[in-house]
Write a protein that binds this ligand. Structure first.
Ligand code: ZN
Length: 137
């Protein structure tokens, strides 16, 4: 089994892509992780359960990554990252949501814990119209 690991993510990179790249490069397909640091801009998602689509909102201000947590599994044969994030602005006010592409790293530290055993696979779920795990493992 892979040991837990810590990685600094590059300034200026897209946060979602940088997290995904770390797990793909290490061939880690099942893990949990957290990230702390700061963003220079962010895009958050909110899943509208009636419309069954993500709404997105951009925050074009520097913010602290108070908490970003997520998991790694498999979708369409690829390593797939799912992450949520809480951000604080200069007034210490927080916003939070599903981490979307378009979030730019100012500084970020990833702490990852690979999990042994069968890899959960995401499949389309008709009820929620989300790609959910077909079973727990
Ligand atoms: Zn989500």
């Amino acid at each position: 089994m892979d040991d837990p690991f810590l990685v600094r993510l590059p300034t200026g990179d897209d946060l979602f892509e940088a997290i995904t790249r770390v797990f793909r490069e290490r061939s880690v397909r099942k893990a949990t992780f957290t990230v702390i640091g700061a963003t220079s801009r962010a895009v958050l998602g909110y899943y509208d359960q009636d419309v069954k689509e993500y709404r997105m909102k951009a925050f074009d201000v520097p913010q602290e990554i108070v908490a970003c947590m997520g998991n790694v599994s498999e979708k369409d044969g690829e390593v797939f990252v799912h992450a949520h994030i809480v951000l604080a602005d200069e007034d210490y006010a927080c916003v939070a949501g599903h981490l979307m592409l378009g979030t730019v790293i100012f500084a970020a530290e990833l702490s990852a814990t690979p999990v042994p055993g069968p890899v959960p696979v995401r499949v389309f779920d008709e009820t929620t119209r989300l790609a959910l795990w077909s079973q727990s493992s």
